[in-house]
Structures are given as C-alpha cells and as structure tokens.
Design a protein around this ligand. Structure first.
Ligand code: PAF
Length: 281
C-alpha cells in the first residue's frame, strides 16, 4: 500500500490506472477510521480493481468555533486499518496542498442543503461539495462510496454529481452501529462514559418513532414530539433539530404519504451527534 501526499502524484497514478483500463473505487474520509469507514472500504474493494482512501480533515467544512483543530487525527492507525481491508492507496494531502494561497473557487448545491445540518452549519455543505469535487478530479474514480449516516451529505453529493456531470457512480451504504445501537462516528471519541450512555437516546428515539410510524402514525409533528420527548429525558442532551422531511428533496413534510426521513442532530455535552432513519410503509 502507498501513501500519496501530492495532488499531481495522485493524478498521475489515477491517469495511468485508468489508461491501463482499471477501475478505481474511492472512499473519501476525514480519518480516525472506525468500523463504519471499513465497511465502506470493503464495499469499495468489491467494486473496483483498486481502492483509494482519502484522509483529509477538510477545513472548509468546519464553521468558526467548530472542532477543526480538535478533530481526532491518527494517520498511523488509519494506515493499518486501510491496509487491513486491502486498500491500495491512501491519499493524505496537507491543507496547503488542497487550498494553496490564492484559492478562490467553491461548489455550492442549493436546495437540498438548506434544511437540517445546512441550516445549523451554514458553510458546511459548501465545504463538503468543494472538497469532494476536488477529490473526484484528483482521484478520478469510477465509483465512490459514502455512508448513509450523513444522509443529507449523500443526497447533496448525488445532486452535485448529476449537476456537474461527474461520470462517477455514487454508492450509499447503511449506517454501522455499536453493539447497543449508537451510530459509529469519529466524534464518539469526545464522549465521557456518562455521555456515552446518554448518547443512546438518538437511537432509542428513532426506534420509538419507527414503532409509532409502523403502528399507523403518519403525522410528522406527533413523531417529532415523541422523539424530542425521549431525547430531552437525558440531562446532557440539547436538541439542535428533530425533523421529518422528504428523503430526496430534504424539505420538511406536513404529512407522510409513502416514505420520510427522520433526522436528528443532538448535542450530548459538547459533542454534536447526528442520526437518521428512513420511515417506509
Ligand atoms: O463524511 C466525511 O467524512 C466528509 O464530509 C467527507 C465526505 C470526507 C468530505 O470531507
């Protein structure tokens, strides 16, 4: 396995690989890899001749006062993990390599980024789509794999890929959870042991909402109230949003006809966690 740090070396490898008629599968990450990332990589292994994993904590997707500086980093541990699933290349550029001085171009997807995390973290998705567009041009994959835990991110990247005619297949993979149901996230590392227990309220809320929905409750307000009630029992929990929206347009729903996305963002202490469930008849 090779670690590549420069954009031009990565592009050269990608061009040569494509010229040889080989298929590149790509998993973009911000590192501090966990089982959720490894599941994306195993999927990538099966979908390409070569698996490229990027590890880049992208400054443009963090707002002022967010955790860019503190975001956990462990390139050595990550390298072992990528190697353990048979990854071929790690692309790990510096921030300067990706955003050299004088950088001034950004990619913004308009509508699907307005609600949920886009409302709470204004420049976040513009940072995500900008870096993913750049990574697509650098790694030149035929297929890229993303997790459904970041559901709005996946919808946004699908939209960008269509709109900008990237010739790349986008694959979404189900959320991987800890044994008790907490969605895996690099940010779980921030939780104290007491907060870790309370963090389960997100998964519990989704389960209760699913039960209500399957029992015939189709009124988003009732589902939202029930989820919020379960989360608020936990003293460390502070709700950012609890919403029911259309799974493709990400607009709030007044009534559920066929399917809906229940999306949660909750601060547990200082740690902001997200989770979601697609509710289907
Ligand atoms: O999901 C993530 O880890 C990041 O948002 C991504 C897609 C790697 C872009 O920085």
């Amino acid at each position: 396995m090779n670690t590549i740090r420069s954009v031009s070396d990565m592009q050269q490898w990608a061009c040569a690989t494509r010229e040889a008629g080989r298929r590149i599968a790509f998993v973009p990450t911000m590192g501090f890899l966990h089982e959720g990332h490894l599941a994306l990589m195993r999927e990538g292994k099966g979908r390409g001749d070569y698996l490229v994993v990027s590890i880049f904590v992208n400054p443009t997707q963090f707002g002022a006062g967010e955790d860019y500086q503190d975001y956990p980093r462990d390139l050595e541990g990550d390298t072992e993990k990528v190697s353990s699933v048979g990854g071929d290349i790690i692309f790990a550029p510096s921030a300067k390599e990706m955003y050299p001085s004088g950088y001034q171009t950004f990619v913004a997807v308009e509508k699907v980024t307005q609600n949920l995390c886009g409302a709470s973290r204004p420049a976040h998705f513009q940072g995500v789509t900008t870096v993913v567009a750049k990574l697509f041009n650098i790694v030149k994959p035929q297929v890229a794999i993303f997790g459904e835990k970041d559901y709005q991110q996946l919808v946004t990247i699908r939209q960008m890929t269509r709109d900008l005619n990237f010739d790349i297949e986008i694959i979404g993979m189900p959320t991987i959870r800890e044994e008790d149901g907490l969605a895996m996230s690099s940010r779980n590392k921030y939780l104290s042991s007491e907060e870790r227990k309370q963090a389960l309220c997100l998964f519990n809320a989704l389960n209760q909402v699913e039960k209500l929905f399957q029992g015939g409750e189709k009124n988003p307000k009732k589902l939202i109230d029930r989820a919020a009630e379960i989360i608020r029992v936990q003293p460390a929990a502070d709700i950012d949003y609890v919403k029911v929206c259309h799974p493709e347009t990400i607009e709030d729903l007044e009534r559920i006809d066929d399917k809906a996305l229940m999306a949660l963002a909750v601060k547990i202490g200082k740690t902001r966690l997200i989770d979601n469930r697609v509710l289907k008849n």
